[in-house]
Every structure is written in structure tokens, then in C-alpha cells.
Design a protein around this ligand. Structure first.
Ligand code: ATP
Length: 291
């Protein structure tokens, strides 16, 4: 009798943990969705738990050496955190693990207080918006691309999202409007425009936490300024974790996590890190573009 009873108690304890995790993620998901029109008047949404926490995370790709070792950091809800470091340090891997594309070798990653291993995939997907460096753009129209994440959204909202990322002109410069073709893989758009289109898509999906892998490619001054504004729009009343390759993105962040060879070697604000981290000083001196 003892063994089955023990198993039952164990299962009950696991169920409780799972329910607690679900409740916390539901709190994150229940945040009111914002529209561009009502943003300025509203206070920053408050989530009781930090949005994302890494606790002693070690991870290696299948069959390989660890590329992250004992990584710990915390991202307060509503904040903007930049990950910086040399090429190959493990920054993009951090985002991949939050998305749970891979399982950690040891340690824990929490989203909204819940261990990502306890969260149903669709809850995680609704909580996280992810913009890759080379964000995929489909052959088809602007509208087709925007509706991918938010089927049924009306034209006014789609145009508002394009405005937020400085792409409004794309939908007004031809009579086709939102139904203008973007070409196979978005070839009719510049690299900077493609990434901003991907940011607009995540804004429409309205996930409370955005993960953004900033492009390493050099952008001209106009595209750089547009990206900066798009990132500011994306982080408004959301939590933003950005793998940053531009000093302008980093300087505006609430917290910067410096990663080197798979380890967190410093955290702080731009000012603090200039004083405390030789690696950060070096990266900043080179404007951070390190790939
Ligand atoms: P960058 O700034 O150049 O994008 P990064 O800091 O984002 O670099 P990661 O892309 O996270 O670094 O890579 C960390 C390490 O993991 C590197 O050694 C890289 O070669 C390796 N790596 C990345 N993706 C994979 C993968 N899918 N399979 C195996 N190894 C990988």
C-alpha cells in the first residue's frame, strides 16, 4: 500500500506545482491587450513575477560541449534587457532556450514564474513574441504577412502596427495599399524593412514578452533610426529581451547582461558597466557590432 500511496502523493504534488505554474502564466496572459490609440494614458502593466528568470542554466547543443554555463539573470516584468557579448558567446542560444526550442541540461528557466517545462507549448507561444535576425517574410502581400500572427485583424489596426514600426509608407505609396506584393521571401523590401515587418507582426500578436535578435548587418542611418523607434514601440508596456548589436539599443535598456564564452560576466546599466566591465567598455568603444 505504501508505494501506490507514495506515488499518488507525488502525482498530487506535481499537479499542484503544475496548477500554480498555469495560474501564474494565466496572469501573464490576462494582461489587457493594448492598442496604439490607448497606450499613452495607461500605466505599465504589473506582473507580480519577474517575466523571465534564468537559474544556473547550463546547456549544450545535442552532442556538443556546453555553450552556456551556470547562467543566471532576471528580467523584471515591463523592463527592457539587452544581451551583449562577442560573437558566439551564446546570446541567441539564450533566446532559443526561453522559446524552449531546446531543453536545458541543468538549471531552470522561468517565464511568468513558471518553469517553462511545466507550460503547455501554446501558452508559451502566446506569451512570447520572437523576432529572429533574418525574420521570414512570405511571398504575398503586406496584409498576408501581418495576418499570419493575427488572423482577422482589420485594416486600420494593421496600418497602425505598420506606423508603429515606421513602415506606414509601404502601405500608402501604391494604390494597392496593404495588398501590395512584397515578393518571394520579401525581396521587394530591404533587410531593415523585413525585420520591422516581423516586429509589426509580433506587435499584432500582442504577446507580453518580446524576444528580439537584432540584425548584425549594417543599416543605413534612416533604417537604423527606424529600427530604434520600432524597438521602443515594441517595448512599450511589454517586457523586451533583445540580443543587441547596436549601442543605441543598449543605451536605452534598463539592464544589460554581458555574456562571454557562455557565462554572464557582468550585469548593470550602460553607465555602471562602463565603470565595472572592461569587456563592456571594449564592446561599447566598437559600437557593439561584433559579428
Ligand atoms: P552571434 O552574436 O554571432 O549571433 P551568439 O552570442 O548569439 O553569437 P550563439 O548563436 O548563441 O552565439 O552561439 C553560441 C555557440 O553555440 C556557438 O559556438 C555556436 O557555434 C553554437 N551553436 C549555435 N547554434 C547551434 C546549433 N543549432 N547547433 C550547434 N551549435 C550551435
Amino acid at each position: 500500500l505504501v508505494m501506490p500511496l507514495g506515488q499518488a502523493l507525488n502525482a498530487y504534488a506535481q499537479l499542484q506545482t503544475g496548477l500554480g505554474a498555469l495560474q501564474r502564466i494565466e496572469e501573464v496572459l490576462d494582461l489587457p491587450s493594448e492598442t496604439a490609440a490607448d497606450r499613452p494614458a495607461r500605466p505599465t502593466a504589473v506582473i507580480s513575477e519577474p517575466a523571465v528568470v534564468f537559474e544556473n542554466v547550463t546547456f549544450g547543443y545535442p552532442g556538443g560541449e556546453p555553450v552556456l554555463r551556470d547562467v543566471s539573470f532576471s528580467v523584471p516584468a515591463g523592463s527592457r534587457v539587452a544581451l551583449v557579448g562577442p560573437s558566439g558567446a551564446g546570446k541567441s542560444t539564450v533566446l532559443a532556450l526561453i522559446e524552449r526550442f531546446y531543453e536545458v541540461t541543468s538549471g531552470t528557466i522561468r517565464v511568468g514564474g513558471a518553469d517553462v517545462r511545466d507550460l503547455p507549448r501554446d501558452a508559451l507561444r502566446r506569451t512570447l513574441g520572437y523576432v529572429e535576425q533574418e525574420a521570414p517574410v512570405l511571398a504575398g502581400t503586406l496584409r498576408d504577412n501581418l495576418l499570419l500572427t493575427a488572423p482577422g485583424t482589420d485594416s486600420a489596426r494593421l496600418l497602425a502596427a505598420l506606423d508603429e514600426v515606421n513602415l506606414g509608407a509601404l502601405a500608402t505609396r501604391t494604390p494597392a495599399g496593404l495588398d501590395v506584393q512584397v515578393g518571394e521571401g520579401g525581396v521587394l523590401l530591404s533587410g531593415g524593412e523585413r525585420q520591422r515587418l516581423a516586429i509589426a507582426r509580433t506587435l499584432l500578436a500582442d504577446a507580453p514578452i518580446l524576444l528580439l535578435d537584432e540584425p548584425t548587418s549594417n543599416l543605413d542611418a534612416r533604417n537604423e533610426a527606424a529600427l530604434r523607434e520600432a524597438i521602443a514601440a515594441a517595448s512599450f508596456q511589454r517586457t523586451l529581451i533583445v540580443v543587441a548589436h547596436r549601442l543605441s539599443t543598449v543605451v536605452d535598456s534598463d539592464r544589460i547582461v554581458v555574456v562571454e564564452a557562455g557565462r554572464v560576466v557582468a550585469t548593470g546599466t550602460h553607465r555602471e558597466l562602463l565603470d565595472t566591465s572592461p569587456l563592456y567598455r571594449e564592446l561599447a568603444a566598437h559600437q557593439l557590432l561584433v559579428s
